[in-house]
Write a protein that binds this ligand. Sequence first.
Ligand SMILES: Cc1cc2nc3c(=O)[nH]c(=O)nc-3n(C[C@H](O)[C@H](O)[C@H](O)COP(=O)(O)OP(=O)(O)OC[C@H]3O[C@@H](n4cnc5c(N)ncnc54)[C@H](O)[C@@H]3O)c2cc1C
Length: 392
Amino acid sequence: MLAPPEREALSESIKTDVAIIGGGITGSLMAEHLSRLGRQVVVVEREQPGFGSTRASTAMLQWETDSTLSELTDLYGFETAANVYRRSRAAVAGLTELVAGHGISCAFQPRPTLYIAAKDVGEKELREELALRHRAELPGAVLSYSALRREFGLDREAAILSPGSAEADPLMLSWSLLRIARGYGARIINADAVNFHNEGGRVLVETSGPYAIDAAHVVLATGYVMPHFVMPACHRISSSFAISTVPQTPDNLWPERALVWEAAEPYLYMRTTAENRIVIGGEDEEIADPQARDAMLPDKVLRLKTKLAQLWPQANAEISHSWCGAFGETSDGLPLIGPVPGASNIHAAYGYGGNGITFSFLASRMIAAMISAEKQGWFEDFALDRTVKAQS
Ligand SMILES: Cc1cc2nc3c(=O)[nH]c(=O)nc-3n(C[C@H](O)[C@H](O)[C@H](O)COP(=O)(O)OP(=O)(O)OC[C@H]3O[C@@H](n4cnc5c(N)ncnc54)[C@H](O)[C@@H]3O)c2cc1C
């Protein structure tokens, strides 16, 4: 297993082009991209990089967002919704190219997804969703009950089968990207960023130690710990739970090792790992307190085990790991990416939602463009001060 990238202590105040606060998957993607573009980059991380929500992630790298295309169309109209989906798809393709281009060893595997019927979403609703996706020139096919049973052995009314997603080990991916960024000259600093001051067109990042970082641009990649001056009303922190089984015999897993997720809110999701384990997660709760979250874990493990037995009865359901983590969501299911209102040269990279990592990739490309003063109308779709419409 790869060792964590080394962090250096600040021994003096420094000046840099870009200071990225947070060394999880978002900060790592930002650091690799910006340093490869020739920017002088400093990553500020107060703990072990990747030990925030990145380590807890089940890392299903999907282009289908938590809000369906139909839901986003109801909120923002078809063109905007279709563009969000296309950009999300391009982000997974970009991530795939990035991993292949650097030869990163992180158990990365392209996977199809199976979006399975649940509760009041049945075959009719899935067909309507797929018709809209086809109108947006997105791929996929509906499997009826009998086709889903025959081809995947799953007992649900129907599913949408879509190509173009992937899975990975998120910690290995994050650490590898930080190492690559270091190779391009990025510095990884062990410090807690406690305050941000706009001064003379630059940003002074105060740390908990005696030294400060003077940056032309700051990127906030702090995960679910948002600085107080950011906090848009549309975001909330909840909790998610997951279990992993002991390794299965390979013939005891479903075809193509598809990423499976339910058409429900909150939804159940399931994937396999490089060691032939089954990871199943969900059971989200609207609680942010870590102690309350931990206290719920034993009950959630039992619930997830029951759901695994319903979905894939042939699994060896002996559990090897169980965990939980903070999970950030927005009312419309879209991330928060772009300038922080009222704070010059401070950019937010909050890839919230069940495909947060896909959005982290998107954030890295968008913010790099913003730092180069590139403007695109569609950036507004993810802006922190957008008029967020909530789903009914
Ligand atoms: C159980 C679970 C399952 C998930 N499953 C999926 C999935 O299948 N697919 C998917 O795409 N996403 C999934 N997610 C979401 C995904 O994990 C997150 O979107 C992603 O990890 C966010 O990464 P990040 O780098 O933004 O945040 P983090 O990994 O939390 O990193 C933020 C870092 O910032 C540091 N930091 C914070 N404040 C400061 C400061 N002031 N100074 C210095 N450092 C600071 C922290 O120490 C931390 O290391 C899941 C999340 C959970 C909890």
